[in-house]
Design a protein around this ligand. Structure first.
Ligand code: GLU
Length: 500
């Protein structure tokens, strides 16, 4: 019977070996951040690899920082990324409810238990007193911490205060004798923190809501979480958590603290340096698979130099032992490169399905769908993100597409370029029709009569027709436009006053 604690612990230990359960536990204080997605991804990868469960738990106990749409955004972004959830709010599961705000009674019971055991105590200190204490400690050059004032109150005094309805919080006790807390982190090895670094933490607020520290321990235990994956900013908190596990007589799960994500200047990644929310990346037209692959490599690698890995490969290869301890730099160029790799591999039909939304939002949505498809096909290998498409479609659907590419302008200004283009126009007149089939022949003949070859020959044509030095291939453009329009574009380029 799992009533005696040692048997119960043995059972839960056994279960942990057999059943892997990981949770993603965001606070609904904003939209899903890149770092949050990485935490979710690593937990998800490990859960899937071990045929375990991936649980979503909403840590909404900080009532002052709630953002209305955050919960649905978090869930929507995980869905977009393809990280499916086994248990969570709106999904259900044996261990619910999965919103902490719906578990207040559970926390209250656990706090009562700590109070009975003498491991926690009510604290009546006013905000004012605490503020003063902080100011004083700072002025003395001390690290601000609670001075355990209420820990020394007599039971009688406490009872009277509570009976008279005095506002209070509950704090957990940090042992009086100095002690070193050791955590065996799967990434960092043994991490030690002295008990003197930790204060008597508030675990239940005066509004009846628990703080993170209590709620996370109670829930991770009750939800039978085997591995806690979270950001390294939580590392200093682990002594509090270990203590709570001890007070309750529970065995702690395994911990994995992920390194920070840094910007290119090696400072903490923040909004000031561009997009950081998953939503923004989605809107800018990054593919979910590319973003996940890129994010997986922020602090993890498969042990060789492979960089492009499918989700299945990542599930197979993922190891906590290969997660690095040091900060991971968020390199936007690399993300762009990664996205291009995925665009190249994207099956046509999926590509057309994905760009539908982009096109609907752009200037060319009322163009012939067949033509849009043809243009999108030509552009597929030339996009960095899907949202580049609208701007690039201008070349295909504008009457006189502007030449913005400075290098193309330089090329078209050259005398040799003009010679090539004029000769091309002249010789094209002898053809019935200019097509992608006879283009090569015609260019050869232009080479013969002008004596210009290679880049000097092709580049002016490409710049005139595609308006860019690295625009699409000419045969594809000929197929799209037909010969007449291409010749028209060349004439336009020759007559353009800013190129003369
Ligand atoms: N709610 C915490 C956060 O959003 C979760 C930390 C944890 O996973 O334990 O950072």
């Amino acid at each position: 019977h799992p009533n005696s604690p040692w048997i119960f612990n043995l059972l839960s230990h056994f279960k942990k070996i057999v059943m892997v359960r990981l949770r993603f536990a965001p606070s609904p204080t904003g939209f899903l951040h890149i770092g949050g997605l990485r935490t979710a991804l690593f937990s998800w990868l490990f859960a899937r690899q071990k045929q375990g469960s991936f649980i979503f738990r909403l840590e909404d106990t900080d009532r002052n920082r709630l953002v209305e749409a955050a919960e649905s955004n978090l869930l929507k972004m995980l869905e977009w990324a393809g990280l499916d959830i086994d248990e969570g709010p709106g999904i259900g599961g044996e261990f619910g409810p999965y919103r902490q705000s719906e578990r207040l009674e559970i926390y209250r019971d656990h706090v009562d238990r700590l109070l009975e055991q003498g491991d926690a105590y009510p604290c009546f200190c006013s905000e004012e007193r605490l503020e003063k204490l902080k100011t004083f400690q700072r002025s003395e050059g001390l690290t601000p911490r609670y001075d355990n004032h209420c820990r020394k109150l007599q039971k009688k005094e406490v009872d009277t205060k509570i009976q008279s309805g005095e506002k209070h919080v509950i704090r957990m006790k940090i042992p009086e004798n100095q002690e070193t807390f050791r955590l065996n982190d799967l990434v960092r090895g043994t991490v030690a923190i002295e008990s003197t670094q930790v204060e008597d933490q508030v675990i239940l607020k005066s509004d009846g809501f628990p703080t993170y520290h209590l709620a996370v321990v109670v829930d991770d235990h009750l939800m039978q979480i085997s591995h806690v994956v979270r950001g390294e900013e939580w590392l200093p908190s682990f002594p509090k958590h270990l203590l709570l596990y001890r007070y309750f007589g529970w065995e702690p799960p395994d911990f994995i603290h992920l390194p920070l994500i840094l910007n290119e200047e090696r400072a903490k990644l923040s909004k000031r340096h561009g997009a950081v929310s998953v939503e923004e990346f989605r809107e800018r037209g990054y593919l979910p698979q590319a973003l996940l692959n890129f994010i997986a490599l922020l602090g993890w690698n498969p042990g060789d130099d492979r960089e492009v890995l499918s989700l299945e490969e990542m599930v197979d290869e993922f190891r906590f032992e290969r997660v690095s301890k040091s900060g991971a730099v968020f390199d936007r160029e690399k993300l762009n490169w990664m996205n291009q790799q995925y665009l190249l591999k994207l099956p046509e039909e999926e590509y057309f399905r994905m760009i539908d939304d982009v096109i609907q939002k752009g200037d060319y949505h009322d163009q012939d769908p067949g033509k849009i498809r043809q243009a999108a096909e030509i552009l597929k290998t030339r996009l960095v993100t899907l949202s580049d498409l609208n701007q690039k479609l201008g070349l295909f659907f504008e009457e006189n597409p502007e030449i913005k590419d400075l290098q193309a302008i330089e090329v078209l200004k050259e005398e040799n370029s003009k010679t090539v283009l004029k000769e091309f126009l002249q010789q094209a007149e002898n053809l019935d029709q200019l097509t992608s089939e006879n283009l090569g022949q015609l260019v050869k003949s232009v080479q013969k009569s002008t004596g210009i070859k290679g880049r000097g020959l092709w580049m002016p044509l490409r710049c005139a027709i595609t308006r860019e030095v690295s625009g699409p291939e000419l045969p594809a453009m000929l197929d799209f436009f037909g010969g007449e329009k291409c010749l028209h574009l060349i004439r336009q380029a020759l007559e353009n006053p800013s190129l003369n």
